[in-house]
Design a protein around this ligand. Sequence first.
Ligand code: ADP
Ligand code: ZN
Length: 737
Amino acid sequence: MRRSCPMELPEPRFFPAETPLSVLTTQPLGKALDYRAPETGARTGDFVEVPLGPRRVLGVVWGEAEGALPAQRLRPVARVLDVAPMRDEMRAFLIRAAGYTLTPLELMLYLATRAPGLIAGQAMRRVFRAGPTPPTRLTDARTRVLDTLAEYGGAALTIGEITRAAGVSPSVVHTMAAQGALIEADAPRDAPYPRLDGQRKGNALSPDQGEAAAALAASAGDFSVTLLKGVTGSGKTEVYLDAVARCLRAGRQALVLLPEIALTAGFIERVEARFGARPAEWHSGITQTERRRAWRMAAEGGAQLVVGARSALFLPYRDLGLVVVDEEHDQSYKQEDGVLYNARDMAVLRASLCGAQVVLASATPSLESWANAESGKYARIDLPARYGVAELPQMQAIDMRAEALPSGRWVSKSLQSAVAARLAAGEQVLIFLNRRGYAPVTICRACGHQVECADCDARMVEHRFLERLMCHQCGATAPVPTACPSCGIEGRMHPVGPGVERLEEELRALFPDARLAVLSSDLFASARALKERIEAIAAGEADIIIGTQLVAKGHNFPLLTLVGVIDADLGLHGSDLRAAERTFQLMRQVAGRAGRAERPGLALLQTHQPDHPVIRAILSGEEESFWRAEASERQALGMPPYGRLAGIILSGPDAQALYAHANALAARAAPLQRIGAQFFGPAPAPIARIRGRHRVRMLVKAAKGAPLQAALAEWVGQIAPPRNARLAIDIDPQSFW
Ligand code: ADP
Ligand code: ZN
């Protein structure tokens, strides 16, 4: 059922002691709760701890009490937390984001408070600094401790940080402290981040870059959205760092969103080189302590720049002046579970509420942003050439219909000889295939049985590196069977189709002397391990890189001059609305990895359909005509961005109950009809079962200006979904699985 959370922004006010007020908690209650103001009184936006049943939970003072109970009958707020109050603009953002995505407001608050220990408050911790007296005996270990402290610019570090960075035991630190070689002190846990210097000079900009930076400067200081479209290697990052510098000088905070954690480490080093210190980081790879620090410092202004994943949009910035969405077309900006939101769109919403500038950077923008720039809603800046002497790679098709490859082989003769030539010249090659694992299908040659996941409507993918089969939906693994699970015959199980691991095998046989490196997200335990591998490869530690879409994004391999795409047609199969757009973006991005330095690059695309309009557009590089053709097709069909879609996904253990509910909704479509929306379905989802839960999809299509959310809320609110079932509404769906 739809919730009845307060969806209007109440006027801020002060609630004196003992007066009633309402508190929004992160509990899924569907409403704010009434409490009595504490001794100190409380203001709208204060973070508070309130009793809820036997527990105490986090909440925010939202406004007037909603019920009619007199104050004496209400439980009191336990205490106001030592945290900067939530600003009105943040409350407005949560309300608007909840309304747009049809998410309960308390879930939005949950997204905005995902920092541990907010309730615990500012604890102190023991730290150590270098002391005035040198150690009595300068052992290796003691020297390393002093070096470590010097390395962090004389900052005070915890014992954990010192022992880890210096590789010493805690007793070394304690002994040094006892000798006066280290000074021990209590410091607040969440310290401000070191100052970034916005006055520092960056690289001298090229004339094109300078113009772009000037255009961004002209619209800084207030809300605006600019699409910064520049070919890979044109210096988009250089240009938006200039905007970051300006924002820092203005004393406001900046946020840079990146689509992939693996890219943050490299970016942070670039920031450090540019501004003299490291920014705050926010993504799933940071510690709980860092999370809390980043959250608090965003609120207090002690974080001038945050670099992070999409959820960094929900930090409580004190004064956000700039949001950069790098690789804005990237699919990972759409959160596909829990709260279904698109960080690119939410960035624009947030910026509009706090008067911030938005920069959407991409070599291959989403059709949405392209169209917004066409219509004049967004400004647009182009960087058409690579920086310096680097040139854009040549692109050519390899017609696979003319290449007779034996079965189980995927590298054509033409590609082989191109690879051989580059290797002979001492250059690097990237072979691209967007498929993790060894083989996508394992089939029994005796009976034709394909191994599927027990809980999902998906085939098990062989991962030879792990020596297991894996389900890419739920992550379940199983041993590779020697006998067919269906007919029981031994020794006939056979891998079908290529994954990157299998390509490695083929390339190893073709080029036995070359050093091979497979880059696939599942092969690395941590973002750090991946980053180190990428750096080593960039420095020349591999001759042939075999990669999934992981390598398509933003990485810079200066020695790389040839990109070979194993199956350029892969993304064109299927009926996805964005198949053409995605293939175009991915192929142009991958090709953009080649020739980023002095030596010119070449991209070879293996395809069975060299005359397909999308393949031709990719090869010709006539981007504008591709966008225009794609746009007019979508326009004719009333599809996004010229019309609106909402996906409705029902999931649950009982398929029959799901269809019954879907059909009941279909029979009550009056609220949708009133806004002229079309309704499609119900139908089994393309992946009809995940983790044992069945999935049924419906689709609603409406005209661009139609009040879609209100109609959807009314429509699905008419009847409650069956027990154990979940109804999710996906506004502006990006995927249809
Ligand atoms: P993009 O973000 O468009 O891919 P980058 O900003 O990463 O481009 O620039 C590509 C490469 O060129 C980087 O190695 C960068 O350091 C270098 N570069 C770009 N602009 C300049 C400049 N004005 N001065 C020096 N180096 C630059
Ligand atoms: Zn599964």
